[in-house]
Design a protein around this ligand. Sequence first.
Ligand SMILES: Cc1cc2nc3c(=O)[nH]c(=O)nc-3n(C[C@H](O)[C@H](O)[C@H](O)COP(=O)(O)OP(=O)(O)OC[C@H]3O[C@@H](n4cnc5c(N)ncnc54)[C@H](O)[C@@H]3O)c2cc1C
Ligand code: FES
Length: 278
Amino acid sequence: MKKIAIRDSEYEPKKSRILRTKRMTATEKLFEIALPGGKSLDHEPGQFVEVSVFGVGEAPISVSSSPTKRGSFELCIRKVGRVTEALHRLEAGDDVGIRGPFGKGFSVRILEGNDLLFVAGGLGIVPLRSLINYVIDNRRDFGTVNILLGCKTPKDMLFNEEVDEWNKRLDVKLNCTVDKADPAWKGNVGLITSLIPGINLDPDRTFGVVVGPPIMYRFVIKELLAKKIPERQILVSLERHMKCGLGKCGHCQIENLYCCQDGPVFTYDKIKNLKGAL
Ligand SMILES: Cc1cc2nc3c(=O)[nH]c(=O)nc-3n(C[C@H](O)[C@H](O)[C@H](O)COP(=O)(O)OP(=O)(O)OC[C@H]3O[C@@H](n4cnc5c(N)ncnc54)[C@H](O)[C@@H]3O)c2cc1C
Ligand code: FES
């Protein structure tokens, strides 16, 4: 019988090596991973991969590093259940399965030449870091850059050293806020929405890029619309219980959209009338 060779199938996890891990908080761990042969992932910021722990299962995880980093890529994973707990037990030298990258990310070509306002709540910094570092590595292609970061407490803040580097740059404006401060905290205290009215922006040439917990979107979008940013210039990344990542299983469906293929990044005008999208 004739054998059919399946090469680079999007159904087949590629056995990939963990090069480095870093514990970031009590619940988040960073993994640097190399595909077989050091091949680049060639992702777009905002895309995700399906990561598998052999014998345990698979989970969708956003790529956190910029495509400008070649030869390996980074994932920041919160420990919440079976697969993510198994991932947290892995260290440098261990193997994982990788499928993807999947989905539509932040189209950098559309953002080029425009001003950017990034709004990241909690784990939202993970996919946004990919785009922020892409923009910083290609800084002359973009207008003004404002970054707003929010999390529950200072100890939940991710990528502290990198955020400090962004903050030192003269061509980036950065503001952090926490819901509850500790005595060492020098930033703002309060919801991330409270930072938006104080931002000076030109709505015609500003893209608002928002990633965070579901509860955050409605309130942040309301503030961006109050700043007169057009709906098609507000980008959000939606998280659903994805399984296949390929538009087959229907787990991620919102009305006629498959979040895994049509998203996870959408412009607000495309999803504002979809029931349960936000
Ligand atoms: C596009 C996308 C990007 C993501 N990026 C990241 C990331 O960068 N870092 C990160 O830590 N997490 C990310 N997640 C969430 C991550 O996929 C889930 O936390 C993970 O699948 C949980 O699997 P588990 O077996 O550990 O947990 P389970 O034991 O299955 O469940 C624990 C909790 O996780 C939730 N959950 C389970 N399966 C999924 C799923 N497929 N999608 C979303 N939530 C789920 C459940 O509601 C439950 O509350 C992303 C999810 C999506 C859809
Ligand atoms: S995750 Fe299966 S259809 Fe989207």
